[in-house]
Write a protein that binds this ligand. Structure first.
Ligand code: C5P
Length: 411
């Protein structure tokens, strides 16, 4: 399966004849839905021009420190990347990476990034076999760097042996596979996302600013972790993530019905939707006409989907979200107990965080524990959240407690 849809991949291109193959790799990555930014070493531009990568990636290409316009571009790129692939990785670049050098822009980005690093070595077969290269490779592998290839065959220099860069299709597959953790393999997850719309009349509704970005990111991360994901989504401007079954709904009641229809045999329920708390008591059948003076709209509580699921007899392990404007931890802990769920992921709204933004910051609270996830793109937070859920879920499965028992402790 293609797990690259929406992923942010930084492609490092170092000096080598194989650099021309990286142009095809950019094309394949883009076709798979990945966002690609290319950083070349100065030596690479002797083989392929930045313009080629610029045209194929649709992004500015950086080659040198002079391209670090703000002086902080390298840090921004290091944070932006979810994966870094250096292809081709020359003997010189491998040596730089092994020694933690930061003299080229690419090496500095690799040093500053927490993203998993993959390298696709490409060099003359004698250079590849040299003890220095072997040591550098061993050092990188010890640090968790994934080495792709090289292939064996005829080389540009006329020699035959190992040192050809792995084919772009193989590198694409390696990148895609690197997103598959398998932590939730075999599990069914139901996730809600986005806002709801509560009809006032046929043309008006009560809604909210939720973009659905967080819930969709969680759905992708859960899918990447091997889960079967069913996403119940309010109206959003986002495409259904590949490999995720999505059902679109409008109102809170429709969302509840869609969730309940899918909750049997569901292992984990994540309520990321911003569901209306109140809805009009009697939506008008016809458009309400403007009148002089004040107008009062009577509201009634809308169904609480999370609390309803958490109260089911054979209920899944439940995670709720909480958007707060103050006293985050206190409100998150109260909400967890009040709703009777295993975990609350809370975030402060405002200051460029929360609704309709690409970044977020989360405080996860569960019985006897908490974890702060620092400000980061929602896609990265979603991966961390899913890992934490997988940890706690697998722990709960090895103890005697059912989700219902745990909720009793919490209540
Ligand atoms: O009570 P509050 O709205 O702050 O709780 C937020 C959490 O509850 C979120 O996980 C949200 O998806 C869920 N929720 C719900 N149904 C509602 C209101 C909130 O599932 N009607």
């Amino acid at each position: 399966m293609n797990l690259l849809d929406g992923k942010r991949v930084l492609l490092g291109v170092s000096g080598g004849i194989a650099a021309y193959k990286s142009a095809e790799l950019v094309r394949l990555l883009r076709a798979a839905g990945a966002l690609v930014r290319v950083v070349m070493t100065p030596a690479a531009s002797g083989f392929v021009t930045a313009r080629t990568f610029q045209a194929l990636s649709g992004e500015v290409v950086r080659c040198d420190w002079s391209d670090d316009r703000t002086g902080m571009d390298h840090i921004e790129l290091a944070r932006w990347a979810e994966r870094i692939l250096v292809a081709p990785a020359s003997a010189d670049t491998l040596a730089c990476l092994a020694h933690g050098r930061a003299d080229t822009l690419l090496a500095a980005i690799c040093l500053a990034s927490e993203a998993p690093l993959l390298v696709a070595p490409a060099m003359n077969q004698a250079m590849w076999r040299h003890a220095a290269t072997r040591d550098n490779l061993a050092c990188l592998q010890r640090r968790g760097v994934q080495v792709c290839g090289p292939d064996t065959g005829e080389q540009a220099c006329g020699e035959v042996g190992p040192g050809r860069m792995q084919a772009p299709e193989m590198l694409l597959q390696a990148l895609s596979d690197s997103f598959a953790s398998g932590r939730l393999a075999g599990l069914k997850l139901v996730i809600t996302a986005g806002p709801t719309r509560e009809a006032v009349d046929p043309v008006r509704f009560l809604g909210n600013r939720s973009s659905g970005k967080m819930g969709y990111a969680v759905a992708r991360a859960a899918r990447d972790a091997g889960a079967r994901v069913e996403l119940v989504s309010g109206p959003v401007a986002l495409a259904a993530p590949e490999g995720v079954e999505r059902v679109l709904v409008e109102s809170g009641q429709e969302m509840l019905d869609a969730v309940l229809a899918r909750i049997t045999a569901c292992d984990i329920f994540i309520a990321a939707a911003a569901v209306a708390d109140y809805r009009p008591v009697a939506p008008a059948a016809q458009k309400i006409k403007k009148q002089a003076g004040e107008w009062t709209l009577q509201l009634e509580p809308a169904p609480d989907i999370l609390a309803t699921v958490a109260a089911l007899e054979n209920r899944p392990w439940c995670v709720g979200f909480a958007a707060e404007t103050e006293q985050l931890e206190l409100h998150a802990r109260k909400k967890r107990m009040h709703k009777g769920v295993e975990m609350i992921a809370a975030n402060l709204v405002g200051d460029g965080l929360g609704f309709d933004t690409d970044d977020n910051e989360l405080l996860l609270v569960w019985e006897g524990g908490e974890r702060h996830l620092a400000r980061a793109p929602k896609s990265r937070l979603a991966v961390q959240l899913v890992e934490q859920i997988a940890d706690l879920y697998s722990h709960s499965m090895t103890t005697d407690e059912t989700p219902a028992d745990d909720a009793k402790h919490s209540a």
